[in-house]
Design a protein around this ligand. Structure first.
Ligand SMILES: [Zn+2]
Length: 329
């Protein structure tokens, strides 16, 4: 099921980029017969909209403000899917309810793609415990959050450009040009993130998180996720798990641990009080922060804000991120 992406597209690095839209269609009316691309989640829809440009309708199935893991599709989502020419999701079981709803509601024969297919099997991170893997001889569950790592996001963008070219070859040049410009921007992010994270004092270069969307990002930048608080079924941790987490956070001696507004939980205040580590609730991964039109309401803006938050909370110097921050340009 997993396959390496055939990467690569040409074009200039400084093409004009339309402002991305992830909620419904682009601001200008779409031309007659415009392609309609339905994308499972907002951060991925933003990447697709950047590559697709203003002549294509790009809609995120999971709406703003909803959590993509536990979102239950509504009747209007079936109508959105009925008009889809192409369906793009993350894959790796990010949300099986949304995936099977899409499969039964887009027109039969609609081409569908899983962007996480860009990862090679030896790079994928299992979420099963060591005991479960030993018992079965292999893992059954994988962390689906490739996109917070801008290097995987780049592979997503190359794949998106290929998909768009395949379904609309007449406009191939535009897709390739916008794809290449976004790839260049993500390369700049990767370099800026590596430099900013290198300013974190070495003893603090580790993350304790509530929702584990940071494992690929952490592996990329030498900032390993040493503990995730939320059980993998999105329930609240049990009293025993909570006790263990407090001990872990204390033993790790991290200045801060991280969560997101998508998953508020009362246990976080308890962990903060008992561990002496500060709870930072501002990370975004499954949802775009801000409102449509805000610079942070985009994949790039979201990730710069995330890395600024992480570097600052762990005692590093985030000023090197200014050069890549769309909120400051
Ligand atoms: Zn997530």
């Amino acid at each position: 099921m997993l396959a390496l992406a055939a990467a690569g597209c040409g074009g200039s690095d400084d093409a004009a980029i339309p402002s991305p839209t992830t909620e419904g269609t682009a601001a200008a009316p779409l031309p007659e017969g415009a392609l309609s691309v339905v994308v499972s989640d907002p951060p991925l829809a933003d990447l697709v909209a950047r590559v697709a440009g203003p002549q294509v309708g790009v809609t995120s199935l999971v709406p703003m403000g909803a959590d993509g893991h536990t979102y239950e599709p509504r009747p209007e989502d079936a109508r959105t899917l009925a008009g889809a020419d192409v369906y793009i999701e993350n894959g790796l079981d990010l949300n099986n309810v949304v995936s099977s709803f899409a499969l039964s509601n887009y027109p039969s024969g609609t081409p569908h793609y899983a962007l996480a297919d860009v990862i090679s099997p030896d790079e994928v991170i299992a979420t099963d415990s060591a005991e479960e893997i030993a018992a079965h001889g292999h893992a059954h569950n994988y962390n689906a959050h490739l996109w917070p790592d801008p290097v995987y996001a780049r592979a997503y963008v190359n794949r998106i450009a290929e998909i768009m070219v395949e379904h609309d070859p007449a406009n191939a040049a535009g897709y390739q040009e916008r794809g290449a410009a976004l790839v260049a921007e993500l390369q700049g992010l990767d370099a800026a993130f590596a430099s900013a994270i290198a300013t974190i004092p070495e003893a603090n270069r580790k993350m304790v998180v509530y929702h584990d969307s940071w494992s690929y990002f952490g592996r990329r930048y030498g900032l390993p996720v040493i503990g995730a608080i939320q059980p993998t079924d999105f329930s609240e941790p049990s009293a025993e798990e909570l006790r263990n987490t407090i001990d872990e956070v204390r033993a790790a001696a991290v200045p801060a641990f991280f969560g997101s507004e998508v998953f508020p939980s009362d246990v976080l205040a308890v962990i903060e009080e008992e561990s002496g580590s500060t709870y930072v609730a501002d990370l975004s991964d499954d949802l775009l922060p801000g409102s449509p039109g805000d610079p942070e309401h985009s994949y790039v803006g979201m990730m710069v804000a995330n890395v600024r938050t992480i570097v600052t909370a762990l005692g590093g110097d985030p000023s090197g991120l200014d050069a890549v921050d769309p909120a400051l340009s």
